[in-house]
Design a binder for this molecule. Structure first.
Ligand code: TYM
Length: 327
């Protein structure tokens, strides 16, 4: 059995990009692997958070994990800050990372914008992510394409420590990226990725959006003026993005969808996409409301933290021993 690890930041507005790129893989993988799914609250404080909101968002993500079909009987669900090994291993990895490689991370460059006052946590963020993964001897990391560079860095650090400190200190993980859905773009600007924090709420569809919001966001999504439904990311990024979403939700190939809408207008295509999206998200919304209010949620997180801690402690013992730390 392979071990799977992944995480989502509890920053609100979890959207269909998160779902189609990463979360639906979480569900897919849980039957045949040992899966550990984390709510990475320590990552979210790289930018200021309101403590009350943060606590709420942590529980929201936990409930969403279960609402999309992650079964706590099969998978471990827990909150990152409940397992101290993440922060501890992160320091050890920090001492085995280069400022040069961290400076090349596009997410850091985008978010820091060269400011002197950029939080140092934004810079070391990928090291904490590497610690998350390596702490559990992870084989597979299901994520969206935007995390490719971070996974590559995690592999580099693991290989470096194995070569310079001790062989087999870390398992070297592989990223898992989907063919369709790995990079869902913003509906109002299909040249930038769909994000939780964009100001325009119609740039994204959140997993808990009501039917009328889903309809509004899709019907006003940016397309182009040539009126032809075909997949061409360079010249038709808006229509191509909508086709990707259609394909990911329906499980049908892009060519098949393009053939179905041959000769149709964008309006007809968008209406069908609205229906498919509403149908996919309705059960998630319903499950979420039930789970979020249940007492089971806290128990799942408590049990999950215990299980995660057991694995993490074993890894930390090995790592500290290999580094000659402690006595
Ligand atoms: P986060 O919280 O930004 O996003 C969660 C997951 O959603 C994917 N994703 C997308 N996929 C397709 N299209 C999009 N527009 C889109 N936006 C986001 C992300 O790739 C991610 O898989 N650093 C991570 C969280 C993390 C993590 C980890 C992941 C921390 N430690 C260890 C895996 C393993 C992040 O910020 O994800």
């Amino acid at each position: 059995m392979k071990r799977v690890f992944s995480g989502v930041q509890p920053t609100g507005n979890i959207h269909i990009g998160n779902y189609l790129g990463a979360l639906r893989q979480f569900v897919e993988l849980q039957d045949e692997n040992e899966c550990i799914y984390c709510i990475v609250d320590l990552h979210s404080i790289t930018v200021p958070q309101d403590p009350k909101e943060l606590r709420k968002h942590i529980l929201d993500v936990a409930a969403l994990y279960m609402a999309i079909g992650i079964d706590p009987k099969k998978s471990t669900i827990f909150v990152q800050s409940d397992v101290s090994g993440h922060a501890e291993l992160s320091w050890i990895l920090t001492c085995n990372s280069y400022t040069g490689e961290l400076s090349r991370m596009t997410q850091f460059k985008d978010k820091s914008k060269g400011r002197e006052s950029a939080p140092a946590g934004l810079f070391t963020y990928p090291i904490l992510m590497a610690a998350d993964i390596l702490l559990y001897d992870t084989d597979i990391v299901p994520v969206g394409n935007d995390q490719k560079q971070h996974i590559e860095l995690c592999r580099d650090i693991a290989i470096r420590v194995n070569n310079t400190v001790k062989k087999n200190t870390f398992v070297v993980p592989d990223g898992r990226f989907l063919k369709s859905g790995a990079r869902i773009m913003a509906l109002d600007d299909p040249t930038s990725k769909m994000s939780k924090s964009a100001e325009n709420e119609h740039s994204r569809i959140s997993l808990l959006d009501a039917d009328n919001k889903i309809k509004k966001s899709i019907m006003r999504a940016t397309t182009d003026s040539d009126g032809e439904i075909r997949f061409d990311i360079e010249n038709k990024p808006g229509v191509s993005n909508l086709l990707s979403i259609y394909s990911a939700f329906s499980g049908r190939g892009i060519d098949d969808i393009v053939a179905q809408f041959d000769g149709c207008g964008y309006g007809d295509f968008k209406k069908e996409l609205v229906a498919i999206t509403q149908e996919a998200l309705a059960p998630i919304r319903k499950n979420f409301d039930e789970i979020r209010e249940s007492e089971e949620l806290i128990k799942v997180l408590k049990d999950g933290a215990e299980k995660a801690n057991t694995i993490a402690e074993k890894t930390m013992k090995r790592v500290k021993n290999n580094f000659g730390l402690g006595y």
